[in-house]
Design a protein around this ligand. Structure first.
Ligand code: B16
Ligand code: MG
Length: 217
């Protein structure tokens, strides 16, 4: 069976991870506390709801159900404020080279993101038509590290899980790929993404020969 690729969105294709961080941090600050960049690693790849639960836990804050929902909406509004100002230049360096390589070699690729904002972001980047399948936070019921999002993406491409190669910037996402028996490629810090099969600081560090080799395995 020939292989296929699954890309995470935030922090892999586009530099929106920094916008999530800014928006969550503003929420925490408005509630009277702060959290570190190290704690923020635990939010990457995690759904909006679970992220807010974690943050409130850090700040020892309890909210009513109504206020919880209001804070989620505020965070998203704030986040979209950043997103709506961005253009194609926010695509992370080296990504489009890899997408082009895959297209030219007829290797199918999908999106596997926890974000409910994935589709409009792909549109802003003008790459939405390149994906064989798009699976995002609106399609799944279980959040990463549950492998659901990647398994649905594989299924939509008619590929076995073992045939898929996943690019992820989050610990939860790398774990999800591993649980799904997919090849996990971490994008980011080696110390943070220890569980990945391979780790690169960013896409500019990935040689096309490396991808070619993976695709042959
Ligand atoms: P939204 P990914 C994830 O996207 C982000 O890493 C995470 O920080 C965010 O909370 C989650 O999406 C939900 O995003 O609030 O836009 O629905 O990395 O899986 O592409
Ligand atoms: Mg991510």
């Amino acid at each position: 069976d020939s292989r296929a690729v699954i890309f995470d969105l935030d922090g892999v294709i586009v530099d929106t991870a920094k916008f999530h961080f800014l928006a969550w941090r503003k929420l925490a600050n408005d509630l009277g506390f702060d959290f570190t960049e190290e704690q923020n690693e635990q939010l990457k790849g995690v759904s909006r709801e679970d992220s807010l639960k974690k943050i409130l836990n850090w700040g020892n804050v309890e909210l009513s159900e109504e206020e919880f929902k209001r804070q989620m909406a505020l965070k998203n509004e704030n986040y979209l404020g950043y997103v709506n100002k961005m253009d194609e230049s926010e695509m992370l360096p080296g990504v489009s080279r890899v997408l082009t390589y895959l297209e030219e070699n007829n290797i199918p690729f999908a999106l596997g993101s926890a974000s409910k904002n994935a589709r409009p972001i792909l549109k802003i980047l003008k790459i939405q038509d390149k994906f064989s399948a798009i699976v995002d936070g609106t399609d799944v019921s279980k959040a990463k590290p549950d492998p659901e999002v990647f398994l649905i993406a594989a299924e939509k491409m008619n590929k076995k899980a073992e045939a898929c190669i996943v690019f992820e910037d989050s610990v939860a996402g790398v774990q999800a790929a591993n649980i799904a028996n997919m090849t996990s490629i971490g994008i980011g810090d080696k110390n943070v993404l220890q569980e990945a099969d391979h780790v690169f600081a960013d896409f500019t560090e990935i040689e096309l020969e490396f991808i070619e080799q993976l695709l042959r395995k």
